[in-house]
Design a protein around this ligand. Structure first.
Ligand code: FAD
Length: 384
């Protein structure tokens, strides 16, 4: 076997392009298989990211808006605004982000094969053979960055995803009154098992939601929300997607690593996947480079990647997933009670500091604040 590539990355989304850029920059022969004709379409994302994500992406995508906080509306209609003086998030043009990241990878020397769908791969002692719509390619290692329904994960035998939620969103040609905060609604009426979002983007508003898988297709919920709150508005664009949550068996195998949605590196409370995916890139690249250099691409050698990312942010994903499992069990009445607790001045002050890349940290801060312990215990008794 004489492999044409050191690394074949499957998927030209943000995770795949970031890995391809890093590996090609280090001098490895890197190819990218992408089933669509270009990167970034179709778009399955609200585009809500922090500045940290934009910095890590290494590109400057078009920004629709800057947000300083969020208004959270509880099932009983009461709401709380969480905000800070500095920007909490930007709304980026996700198609632009993906396209620019792919261009940066290509500029670094990665070779992109667009319109070529990966089917499966097999591994032997001296390489991996990747089968796709256009035929067969040989490489030394495969990286599965092929998103939530990863065929690479299936071929590698990575085990099932613990849970999926379904998402849907529309861009409505309506300018929101307030452009500095986005709105989240929780409760069974619009988004059972997750939340809905209304994101101001200048002259349009991005309205979407996710629901637990067991609730069926989410379109009827979005239709109800739009009919109630934006009557008569005709969507300019509509997107659907799935978000994998709660982890999957393994993210490494012989000559194979998974990253991003394929590895279920997704924040379970918000459904955000860009931050963890990009955070995993240097870890994957370090492990893969040293494995290529020593010509040991065994699962045992590559397992260091999983240990690294789990140590770095895996625990926070696990904690957040436990929170999510509690959240889905709460009735609307209990969620409203939690809302009343969140409105207390001392709790509100802590919530204003929330870091969207690690929202679970705020729970830790609440627990550590002794003044809040009696209130938290009371809340726990009401909720659990
Ligand atoms: C409705 C919705 C809203 C979201 N909003 C946000 C948000 O605001 N902020 C945030 O951080 N995250 C958000 N997410 C999650 C985010 O979009 C994902 O976590 C992110 O796209 C993961 O990046 P990735 O590169 O791992 O996968 P993807 O972006 O899914 O890229 C995978 C790529 O692989 C390609 N591919 C798949 N199968 C094959 C194959 N067999 N052969 C070749 N190519 C293949 C696909 O075409 C795609 O280009 C949202 C998700 C949804 C569904």
């Amino acid at each position: 076997m004489n492999p044409a590539f050191d690394v074949l990355v499957v998927g030209g989304g943000p995770a795949g392009s970031a890995v391809a850029r890093t590996m090609a920059s280090k001098g490895y022969r890197t190819g990218v298989l992408e089933e669509h004709a270009s990167s970034g379409v179709p778009t399955q994302c609200a585009g809500l990211v922090t500045d940290k994500v934009i910095r890590t992406s290494g590109v400057s995508p078009r920004i629709y808006n800057t947000l300083y906080g969020a208004e959270v509306v509880f099932p009983d209609g009461k709401s709380i605004e969480v905000r800070s003086a500095s920007p909490k998030a930007r709304v980026v043009d996700r198609a632009d982000l993906d396209r620019l990241m792919a261009e940066a990878a290509a500029d670094s020397g990665a070779e992109f094969f667009y319109g070529d769908r990966y089917a499966s791969h097999s591994v032997s002692g001296d390489g991996a053979s990747v089968r796709s719509a256009s035929g067969e390619r040989l490489c030394r290692a495969v990286v599965g960055a092929d998103g939530h329904t990863s065929a690479v994960a299936r071929s590698m035998g990575a085990g099932p995803v613990r849970e999926y939620v379904r998402g849907i969103q529309m861009d409505l040609p309506v300018a929101a009154d307030r452009q500095d905060v986005f709105r989240i609604r929780i409760g069974r009426k619009y988004a059972p098992g997750f939340f809905s979002w209304e994101i101001p983007c200048g002259d349009f508003t991005r309205v979407g939601l996710c629901t637990s898988w067991s609730e069926g297709p989410p379109y009827e919920y979005l239709k109800a929300l739009v009919d109630d709150l934006y009557p008569g508005a005709k969507p300019a664009a509509k997107h659907c997607g799935k978000i994998p949550l709660g982890g999957r068996g393994l993210t490494y195998g012989d000559r194979c690593l998974l990253i991003g949605d394929a590895a279920v590196q997704v924040k379970p409370v918000s459904g955000g996947g860009l931050y963890p995916a990009l955070r995993a890139v240097p870890m994957l690249s370090d492990v893969l480079s040293s494995a290529l250099d020593s010509d040991d691409l065994s699962a045992k050698r590559l397992s260091r990647y999983e240990r690294m990312w789990r140590k770095d942010f895996g625990k926070s994903l696990d904690r957040a997933y436990r929170l999510r499992r509690m959240y889905v069990r709460f009735s609307d009445e209990k969620l409203s009670r939690a809302g009343a607790f969140a409105c207390r001045d001392d709790v509100h002050a802590v919530l204003n500091d929330i870091d969207l890349d690690d929202p679970g940290k705020v729970v830790g801060r609440l627990m550590r604040s002794s003044a809040l312990v009696p209130g938290l215990l009371l809340l726990a008794r009401c909720l659990l």
